[in-house]
Design a protein around this ligand. Structure first.
Ligand SMILES: Cc1cc2nc3c(=O)[nH]c(=O)nc-3n(C[C@H](O)[C@H](O)[C@H](O)COP(=O)(O)OP(=O)(O)OC[C@H]3O[C@@H](n4cnc5c(N)ncnc54)[C@H](O)[C@@H]3O)c2cc1C
Length: 543
């Protein structure tokens, strides 16, 4: 059976931070937009907070099309596939990159130092817009490296709770300058969403109440109500192209296996920094780009680690919100100061993750650790290197016929040194706060992956131009984290959100989106049911 969806001005692949934000200016301009997402909607029930729903234990963490990883962390890597993408499980820290991050690289160069094709001033209005959409709670003063801003935060960051206060006081005693982290969390409950209850689950769990702002709670429901057609459980397997234009996206319904073609005038790829280059390479599109050899290269993921401190007594407020404090005294990069990065307070290891790593008789250890510890996350900027990259397997494909993605990634000596320097300071902060024991875990996941389809002015080395247009193909843009020429040293999601708003506003501002109809190409999207189309309020309905 074949259903026909409307004629689309734009087709977006991926409903994560980049894809969801890109839809906003297009819908605001009255355009018809189809969004394809391989995952399903995360039901917001109390189960979201269960130990079994955290990080890789979540049913929305998928190894269905896992990447094979070579280098420092060999093995396989899955991804969060759901409406809203991995940001549904993120920690909601919403940092703007510092002005220094946009200037010429100093000491973090690697063998492929990227340059931003725009300045902080160019993206600043879009940072403000992204903060408003996400309702970020912050404070205008206190952060010693904060870039200038043209408007206030939509909410004031709340006062410190429990363990965050210990971290703050210890940092001050060491002569550091702690500040309130900007957080995309609704602390007021004044709008349609429930107010945050200050539980300790933000980083790693979907929010059961929807108080944490992610694309699934704060962006997509409104867009769907205003006309966005969101088709979930649908994998984009190939972009079809002819005469320097994408002509359609071949899709597979995950449940039924039906194949169909989604068509529009413009295409926005936002499948994430690992899956977007995989899809470009699998579709043969790199050959059309003068910088095609750079597609998949310069993968960056931050050189980051978690430092945990164990305290002798139960910490007051141990099960409440820990992720409130930022420390940027070692950020660096200005004048001759080495570029290091940031330190942020974070929750103890989630109970479910501890249970996975200890024998069953020691399962209670997770609760002991949760009550007696707190942590610090360190994020160092990593160097862009050409051999850190995504390629395709010649031998293996997933069940949809897409060649398996292969990730090659190794840190440079400088990446490791920067991380160690930050981790040493983090350990001192925790010991100063009263921890009797500290331990450091390097983060081995690709949760901060960026840089694989870079933006830049040089058409020989940057597959994207300054507005995210894929060179060599007239109607394709890439807006997820893969656009970033350098990783900076703050969490990436707000920069991805702001750039997606910027690129899509540029697209929406073009004089005519709906060009002449190509007689050879049926601009109507043929859809074989069953399918999962989201109706009002983002609810899934089968039609
Ligand atoms: C546990 C965790 C905590 C984090 N905490 C923070 C934080 O506090 N602050 C911060 O700034 N960042 C944080 N991050 C990182 C942040 O979530 C990511 O940087 C951001 O979500 C990446 O956005 P993106 O647009 O690049 O792609 P993604 O959000 O990865 O979106 C890609 C989307 O495309 C879909 N997709 C992929 N392939 C296909 C296909 N073939 N067909 C259809 N759909 C497809 C995916 O299912 C996904 O929904 C965290 C990440 C994790 C995992």
């Amino acid at each position: 059976m074949v259903a026909r969806l409307s004629r689309f001005d734009a087709v977006i692949i991926g409903s994560g931070m980049g894809g969801a934000m890109a839809a906003r200016p297009l819908i605001d301009s009255g355009l018809r937009v189809l969004m394809l997402e391989r995952g399903s909607t995360v039901a917001r029930t109390p189960d979201c907070w269960a130990p079994d729903s955290v990080l890789e234990r979540s049913p929305h963490y998928s190894v269905e099309s896992a990447f094979r990883v070579h280098g420092d962390d060999p093995g396989t890597s899955g991804s969060y596939h759901c409406v809203g993408g991995p940001a549904v499980f993120y920690g909601a820290v919403s940092m703007r990159m510092r002005e220094v991050d946009f200037s010429a690289p100093l000491d973090v160069r690697g063998d492929a130092p990227g340059r931003w094709p725009f300045t902080y001033a160019d993206i600043e209005p879009y940072y403000l817009w992204a903060e408003r959409i996400l309702g970020v709670a912050g404070r205008e003063s206190g952060d010693p490296t904060a870039p200038w801003r043209s408007g206030p935060y939509p909410q004031r960051a709340p006062d410190l709770l429990g363990p965050a206060r210990l971290v703050w006081d210890s940092s001050e005693r060491l002569g550091l300058t702690p500040f309130h982290l900007p957080l995309a969390i609704d602390f007021t409950g004044k709008g349609a969403r429930a107010a945050c209850v200050r539980c300790g689950t933000c980083d790693g769990h979907a929010c059961a109440l929807g108080s944490k702002s992610d694309p699934g709670t704060s962006v997509l429901p409104d867009l769907v109500a205003r006309g966005l057609t969101l088709v979930s459980d649908t994998v984009a397997v190939r972009l079809l192209y002819r005469n320097h234009r994408v002509t359609g996206v071949e899709c597979v319904d995950r449940g039924s296996g039906f194949r169909w073609i989604a068509r529009g005038h413009h295409y926005i790829l936002s499948a994430g920094a690992l899956a977007s280059p995989q899809l470009i390479l699998a579709s043969g599109l790199a050959q059309a780009n003068p910088a095609g050899d750079s597609v998949g290269r310069t993968l960056m993921r931050h050189s980051n680690a978690l430092v945990f401190g164990l305290f002798p007594g139960v910490l007051e407020g141990s099960r409440s919100f820990h992720k409130q404090v930022g420390i940027h005294d070692l950020y660096g990069g200005e004048h001759d100061r080495p570029k290091l990065g940031c330190i942020q307070s974070i929750h103890p290891p989630p109970v479910g993750m501890v249970q996975d790593r200890v024998p069953s008789w020691a399962a209670g250890l997770g609760d002991v650790i949760a009550d007696h510890s707190t942590g610090l996350l360190v994020i160092a900027e990593d160097e862009p290197c050409r051999d850190n990259r995504v390629t395709l397997s010649r031998k293996h494909s997933d069940r949809f016929g897409v060649p398996q993605g292969v990730v090659h990634h190794s840190y440079t000596q400088r990446d490791m040194d920067a991380r160690r320097s930050l981790a040493r300071v983090a350990g001192r902060i925790l010991r100063g706060a009263g921890a009797v024991f500290t331990t450091c875990y390097r983060i081995k996941t690709f949760s901060h992956a960026v840089g694989t389809v870079r933006m830049g002015e040089d058409a020989r080395t940057s597959p994207l131009d300054g507005f995210g247009r894929f060179r060599g193909i007239d109607n394709l843009r890439v807006v997820d984290g893969s656009f970033m020429p350098r990783a900076g040293a703050v969490n990436p999601s707000l920069t991805i959100a702001a750039n997606a708003l910027r690129c899509a506003s540029h697209l929406a501002g073009r004089a005519s989106l709906t060009g002449p109809r190509d007689a050879r190409q049926d601009m109507w999207t043929e859809l074989r049911i069953p399918m999962h189309v989201h109706g009002e309020n983002g609810r899934e309905v089968s039609r």
